[in-house]
Design a protein around this ligand. Structure first.
Ligand SMILES: Cc1cc2nc3c(=O)[nH]c(=O)nc-3n(C[C@H](O)[C@H](O)[C@H](O)COP(=O)(O)OP(=O)(O)OC[C@H]3O[C@@H](n4cnc5c(N)ncnc54)[C@H](O)[C@@H]3O)c2cc1C
Length: 410
């Protein structure tokens, strides 16, 4: 591939740098960088971090850098994904992030743009773009995760409304959300992919209860959300009633597209190398092998990322399969974080408060388990590699074509 930048790309990069220099400061690579995440595990710290992310989104919006790939008709810049890649490369050097807002824009924007009514687009897209309205994704249930179409949260039509009852789980930032995208079972007699209705729900509606779930890291990143006779107007249906799976697929494909190379940064190779130096282990034979392994994996991920970028920037070459990227990224992180805790030795066993670097490595080590699951589990991505890339026979689907109500439930 050609690593040289075109004149046009260089001009855009310079424009991005000018904006960032005027509105942000460079990362220091230390604990003082707010963009690393909440300062501790408390709800106040999570809220303060979310507010900083919102402030940055406001700056992006005021300066015309929000929604780089969104069509101009919906308030975006109407630029290509290539400009987004360039912006991401430059912004990663500065102490800024839009955090979860960037994720929800990719999850909530496309279904409303593609399947929503003109009224829904006018009502919901501006607040999503400037970060003034917080959103969450209400998809997974205790009995429906990888097999999402098995969902059982019921929506029963009652005049101009649906009455919703059921439970969702693992809903990131639902405790701070103003609105949610919600998928419901509206026709139990239809096969599982039919009979689903996609709704937009005001999280302040009576009957919604949000219960934060505390993870092994000590943070409450996601929640359980209970629906008890929640009344949602029919005008909040996105797409057709009972045809919500098509809308859901728009969300899921955007989610898959968010999976990046994930290489580098303070939890990358440079971070573990610094740790090896700090603990005087760089002459240890076993540690040297593990450092070399961490370096090679990070480099391979960067090269896979470059292949992806080359495809996005120039439309050249074959982009790597996102499932391969996701699984490789997770495996590389797993080995790196194990190495970091091995380097810390007895310090690695300390509680977060007493551990080195404020428990930074303990936190990322615990957090890796979420990465193996979120955005599709490693096993499900391996199935996709088998079917999509290797052309192996499809997984068995014993419930195919059966009415949802007749499918055996756990
Ligand atoms: C960090 C994080 C953030 C999340 N945020 C949200 C959110 O905001 N909103 C939301 O709705 N959900 C969210 N989720 C939930 C996520 O989408 C689900 O956890 C995921 O889809 C897996 O579902 P599950 O947990 O029910 O596991 P299950 O689907 O029950 O899987 C259990 C085990 O079985 C394996 N398995 C399942 N099916 C197959 C198969 N066909 N072949 C081989 N193995 C299989 C899995 O790999 C896994 O090991 C989040 C999850 C995480 C970790």
């Amino acid at each position: 591939m050609n690593f040289d930048e075109s004149l046009e790309e260089a001009e855009i990069r310079a424009e991005i740098r000018t904006f960032l220099d005027a509105n942000a400061t460079l990362k220091t690579g230390t604990e003082t960088d707010w963009s690393r995440g909440p300062v501790d595990d408390s709800e106040e710290a999570a809220r303060a971090y979310m507010e900083r992310c919102r402030s940055w989104q406001k700056v992006l919006h005021e300066n015309g850098w929000a929604g780089i790939t969104w069509p101009k008709a919906f308030g975006g810049r109407g630029d290509s994904a290539a400009v987004s890649v360039l912006f991401g490369q430059e912004a990663s050097k500065y102490d800024v992030t839009a955090g979860f807002i960037a994720a929800v824009q990719s999850l909530v924007g496309p279904p409303i743009m593609r399947h929503g009514t003109a009224e829904q687009q006018a009502r919901f897209l501006p607040g999503l773009l400037d970060g003034s309205v917080n959103w969450c994704q209400l998809f997974s249930e205790p009995g429906a995760g990888s097999d999402l179409a098995a969902l059982s949260t019921r929506a029963v039509r009652d005049g101009d409304s649906f009455i919703v009852n059921g439970q969702k789980v693992w809903n990131t930032q639902a405790q701070f959300a103003d609105w949610g995208i919600l998928i419901t079972r509206s026709d139990p007699d239809a096969p599982k992919h039919k009979g689903i209705t996609f709704l937009l729900v005001d999280m302040k509606t009576p009957g919604i209860e949000v219960r934060p779930l505390v993870q092994a890291t000590g943070q409450a990143h996601f929640n359980e959300v209970f629906f008890n006779d929640v009344v949602i107007p029919v005008e909040n249906v996105v797409g057709e009633i009972n045809e919500g799976w098509a809308v859901t697929r728009t969300v899921l494909s955007s989610e898959a597209g968010m999976i990046g190379s994930g290489a580098g940064g303070s939890n990358g190779f440079e971070g573990v190398l610094a740790l090896a130096r700090k603990y005087g282990r760089t002459n240890d034979h076993d540690i040297r092998l593990r450092l070399a392994d961490a370096y090679a994996r990070e480099r391979m991920l960067q090269l896979l990322g470059l292949r992806m970028q080359s495809f996005i920037l120039n439309g050249r070459g074959n982009p790597p399969d996102p499932s391969v990227m996701k699984n490789f990224m997770v495996q590389a992180a797993e080995k790196r974080y194990d190495l970091a805790l091995a380097l810390e030795g007895a310090d690695g066993m300390l509680d977060k408060v007493d551990a080195p670097q404020n428990g930074f490595w303990q936190s990322v080590h615990m957090g890796q388990f979420g990465s193996r699951i979120g955005g599709g589990t490693n096993e499900v991505h391996r199935n996709m590699i088998a079917e999509r890339a290797l052309g192996l026979p499809r997984d068995v689907q014993p419930d195919k074509g059966l009415p949802w109500k007749d499918i055996l439930k756990a």
